[in-house]
Structure formats: C-alpha cells, structure tokens
Design a protein around this ligand. Sequence first.
Ligand code: ACO
Length: 332
Amino acid sequence: MPQIYSKITGTGSALPERATTNQALADELALRNIETSDEWIRTRTGIEKRYLAERGLTTTKLAERAARSALWDAGTDPSEIDLIVVATTTPDMIFPSTACQLQKLLGCSKGAAFDLQAVCAGFVYAITNADALIRTGVYKKALVVGVDVMSRIVDWDDRSTCVLFGDGAGAVILEASDEPGVLASRLSADGTLDEKVLGCTGFIAGGESHGDPFVRMDGQQVFRMAVGSMSESARAVLEDAHLSVEEVDCYVPHQANLRIMQKVAQKIGIPEEKMVVTVNRHGNTSAASVPLALDNAARHNDIKKGDVVLMQAVGAGMAWGSVLVKWTKENQ
Ligand code: ACO
C-alpha cells in the first residue's frame, strides 16, 4: 500500500463587515468611564483594529463564508467533502455541533462532521486530526475551519481583555495525496495551567447559567507561557520533520500579540520578514487566527508553491501546537 498523505488545496476566510479601530473602541469605552487609548493598545499588543460581528452574524454563518471561499479556491464542490472539523470556542448552541450545522448549510451530507475545542490552539489541533483521519485512507477531502466570535464572551467592562479580541473565520481544504503536504505536527497541553491563567468558566445546568460567562486572564503569565511553549514546540516539530529552521519559508504564528510573535520568532531564529502578521488588522480571533493569517498570506502571494510553512498556536487549557506543511498549490 502506498503511503497516504494530506495536502492543502484551498484556503478561505471571512470577517464581519465592520472594523473597529482602537480609537473608536476607546471612544466607546470612555462613554462608560473605562479608560484606554490607541497608544496603549498599539504599543502593548500591535493591534490597530478588529472586526466585531454585527447582531445576527453567527459563528456558523462566518464559518460558512470562509468554507465557501476555501471550496472555491480548491475548485471543490461541497458534495465531495467527506469530513468537516470545526475548531471553535464560541458555538451558536451547545448542540448540534457547528460542524453539523455547517454541513447542512453547505448541503454536503456525506461523511463525518464534528467540533473540536482547543480554544486559540483549535485550528492546529483540527488540521492535525483531519490529517490523521485522511492518512487512515477512509476520508479523502476534509474541510477544516477555525472560527470564533469572541466578542460574545468578552467582558466589555474589562479593559485588560476586551481590547485584545476580534471575530472571524478561516478554512482550508485538506485532500488525500501521494505527496506530503502536512510534514509533521506536534500537539501539547498542560492542564495545570488552568482557568486561573486563562478561562471562561460559565456553564448551563438545570435551566440556568452558572459561573462567569466572560474571558478572564492573567496576561503576564499567558505572555510568558506562550513564548516558552511556542519556541519549544517549533524546535520539536522541525526535529520531527528533519528540517532546519532556515528551511522554513513562511511562519504563521497565532496572532494574539505582536510582542509575543516577535519574541518567539527571535528565539527560534526565524527572521521577521518570513513572519505573517495580521494581528494589527484582526486582533486575536482565537481559533480563526492561524487560518485567517494563512489565507491572507496565500492571497498576497507571501506563500508560494514549494514553500515550507510553519503554523503555530497557543491558548487556554493551556494547549498549544505546531504544524509544518509543504505548500503544494499554485495560488489563485
Ligand atoms: N488600556 C489602558 N491601560 C490598561 C489596559 C488598557 N486596555 N489594560 C490594562 N491596563 C493597565 C493596567 O491596569 C495596569 O495599570 P496599573 O499599572 O495602574 O495597575 C497597566 O496597564 C499595566 O498592566 P499589565 O497587565 O502589567 O500590562 P502588560 O504590559 O502585561 O500588558 C497584556 C498586558 C497586553 C494583556 C499582556 O500581558 C499580554 O499581551 N499578555 C498576553 C495575553 C494574550 O495574548 N491573551 C490572548 C488570549 S491567550 C492567547 O491567545 C495566547
């Protein structure tokens, strides 16, 4: 039996209509006596604006828009998709899963569909799972989506978190192939770095909501942990693929904070010119951050056929991971 691999054949992304600049956000918060500034947000995080979902724009609708764009890019009809994996922390409902709702909207009813919850690391977990399922030989064409509407679970009275996040979706089509696209991946987690570091502890039981429905974070601990885990994970995945860091052509890190991204790039020895940056325009879109950045890079020709691409993400759990892919497609 020849070895089965998987490769990316299409990318897509979607954002809400409206961009909110730091200044517009600061003006809005000032009306409630919450003080922040464009200067504070920009210098601490690199964020200049973010897109916030308008009323009625659901997680599933954003996912559908990104999915249709990826399907078009791959020249794939929805009926060919036999696996849907959606990474999200902000589903529209507890169940059915976002993946099943998406399957219905796309009109592709064959195969498997499920959600995966690894918060900001969701997309690297999802693509690793889809790759493993394709390698079994059972699934041929997967739609892998990262989508989050974080604005729903952000406390707009907490300036230490509300300025960081944005909403969006990104998607890839992953197909069975006899040449390797996904070269290696590494997933990790440390549950001792629990909700006291980063969490949203609210839940529903007995017909009532309990706990805290908003994101809470120890920013400095997240910062330190993100830098350490991402640098270590990059080294491990490169070792697994027998590649040197110089062989990475394009670096797509989780877009949480420009300072974290720059520190990790420096630690692992990737020049900043190879790093894709969208956090300035999108903010932290959680599970959508890596596929959104990947799609942006592909569309701007920052990734070319033959390139080695390193994707990385880290988030609550804490959970993190890295995926190395060889870009085998021509960009549209
Ligand atoms: N505007 C103005 N002042 C603010 C704001 C704000 N939006 N938020 C906090 N401050 C104030 C604080 O109250 C504090 O004031 P004080 O000194 O009077 O007490 C001061 O700014 C400094 O606060 P710190 O928390 O020490 O600021 P720091 O330099 O650590 O930056 C930040 C905070 C940007 C959150 C940083 O810790 C960080 O980026 N951490 C990583 C967090 C992250 O990326 N989370 C995303 C989710 S997890 C993930 O995706 C990896």
